[in-house]
Design a protein around this ligand. Structure first.
Ligand code: NAD
Length: 456
């Protein structure tokens, strides 16, 4: 048995002791994770700076503060989530009661992505701990500094009998995926998502796949232009566009495109200055391969702002592309970088068809004051999440589930949704033995049948 198999086996044995099921123990582990995050805030900021050039405030908002809020939310609601959830009981089963009883799944695997390498690995872990599981976490090797930091810190703060970090790339992930887990939560691209699902099928392990895709951003001409431009620029160019829920492209009426473009350019200037390469608030591309991929998307396109690249610092300027060819890689692949194509429509109502002709997105954004357009888009399209008049802010509400639909993923987490994902929601019925009417027992008779039909 190899070291990874041994590690998983030892987590399984520990789960069987029942320690991780204790509510007080779950609380203590969550508090330890909170202490780790708070004590090592500067180390986390430094690692994220090295991996992605993230500004401290951005790291706090989208990684450290996000995780802290998630842990505090779980601690606050944990007792309620664990309680049996009462349900009604039909007449036929009276006297009796029915309820749902959450129980931990066992030992789970969490595979993280590189773009928010701290939060995307540890927020699912919060849910797994809250639900009473043991877990293996596998950080993305592409964010190497954050991966190393997590591997160093986690065993110091959490019970190593219950939680293990496996670092590494394809080889190690392949080995981990050979093991039997009780659930796998994977965050990343579609191609590896299929590999994960195939590996999980070998053991009939259920999966949550947090994938990506092209998230559209519909901007109607009746929007509040100034606020809209600010929110688009904030949500698109945070982390240099390397965000799974960043707006991937804009849909706008051609009569309004010039105004919108000018407002976006003006906000870019206000946020990052004339030369974003010198802004301490603007991030860097994760590696040379992704920079080259993004550069190739600009071939043959009409770049109306940005486009500059510095390979030495893995910098790519915030870039706007006007009317991209719809069959070009820019419009066929998820961009996952600082390029924002602007697609013009004759009428904004055409956005529904445009979106429905493509794979279901992870997020959909709509900027408008019109209730009827809002209703039309909500009813006429499908997406993992929708945010009206803002970008990504839905992520700040732990009461909302986070997950995709169709090609953008399956399953969900955050708050109670994460707790439920890592729990088996066991159905329980309890009957009284005080009386035992014989209608359902043989020998059957017409009278018994009549009574059964009546009681149903
Ligand atoms: P990545 O390269 O970091 O890969 C993700 C994980 O898969 C890593 O831990 C990596 O080690 C593992 N992996 C890579 N190749 C593998 C293989 N052949 N076999 C087994 N494991 C392998 O991340 P990525 O795929 O570049 O991530 C980008 C994608 O992730 C985008 O599509 C983005 O939208 C999506 N994403 C989604 C979310 C979300 O929460 N829904 C968040 C972030 C990123």
């Amino acid at each position: 048995m190899g070291p990874i198999a041994q590690q998983v086996e030892s987590l399984r044995s520990y789960f069987n002791t029942g320690v991780t099921k204790e509510l007080s123990w779950r609380r203590q582990q969550l508090n330890q994770l909170l202490t780790m995050t708070q004590t090592h805030q500067q180390d986390i900021v430094d690692a994220l700076k090295q991996d992605l050039g993230k500004a401290e405030q951005e790291s706090w908002l989208a990684e450290i503060g996000f995780l802290e809020d998630d842990i505090k939310h779980s601690l606050k609601h944990l007792a309620k989530w664990c309680k049996p959830r009462k349900l009604s009981t039909p007449m036929l089963a009276q006297p009796g009661s029915s309820w749902l009883q959450p129980e931990p799944l066992g030992t789970v695997l969490i595979i993280g992505a590189w773009n928010y390498p701290f939060q995307l690995l540890l927020a699912p872990l919060v849910a797994a701990i809250a639900a009473g599981n043991c877990a293996v976490v596998k950080p993305s090797e592409l964010a190497e500094h954050t991966s190393a930091l997590i591997a160093r810190l986690l065993p110091r703060y959490l019970d190593s009998n219950a939680y293990a970090v496996v670092e590494g790339g394809v080889e190690q992930t392949t080995e981990v995926l050979k093991q039997k887990f009780d659930h796998i939560l994977y965050t990343g691209g579609e191609t590896v998502g299929k590999i994960v699902m195939k590996a999980a099928a070998e053991h009939l392990t259920p999966v949550t796949l947090e994938l990506g895709g092209k998230s559209p951003c519909i901007v109607a001409s009746d929007c509040d232009l100034d606020v809209t431009a600010a929110r688009i620029v904030w949500s698109k160019w945070m982390n240099a566009g390397q965000t799974c829920v960043a707006p991937d492209y804009i849909l706008v009426e051609n009569a309004f495109v010039d105004k919108l473009t000018a407002a976006i350019v003006s906000k870019l200037d206000a946020f990052y200055g004339q030369n974003p390469a010198q802004s301490p608030d603007y991030g860097r591309i994760i590696n040379a391969r992704h920079l080259a991929r993004l550069q190739s998307y600009l071939e043959g396109q009409k770049v109306i702002c940005g486009g500059q690249v510095d390979e030495n610092t893995r910098y790519m300027a915030p870039t706007l592309v006007q009317n991209p060819a719809l069959d070009s890689p820019l419009m066929q692949q998820e961009i996952f970088g600082p390029i924002l194509p602007i697609v013009e429509l004759e009428r904004i109502e055409q956005a529904t068809d445009f979106i429905n002709q493509r794979a279901k997105p992870l997020a959909l954004y709509l900027y408008t004051r019109s209730q009827s357009l809002e209703q039309q888009i909500l009813a006429g399209t499908s997406a993992g999440s929708v945010c009206i008049n803002d970008g990504m802010m839905f992520m700040a509400n732990p009461a909302l589930p986070f997950g995709g639909v169709g090609n953008s993923g399956m399953g969900r987490y955050h708050g109670q949704w994460g707790f439920d994902t890592f729990s088996h929601i066991k159905a329980v019925m309890k009957r009284s033995t005080r009386f035992d009417i014989d209608w359902r027992y043989p020998p059957f008779s017409a009278k018994k049948m009549k009574m059964l039909k009546w009681v149903k």
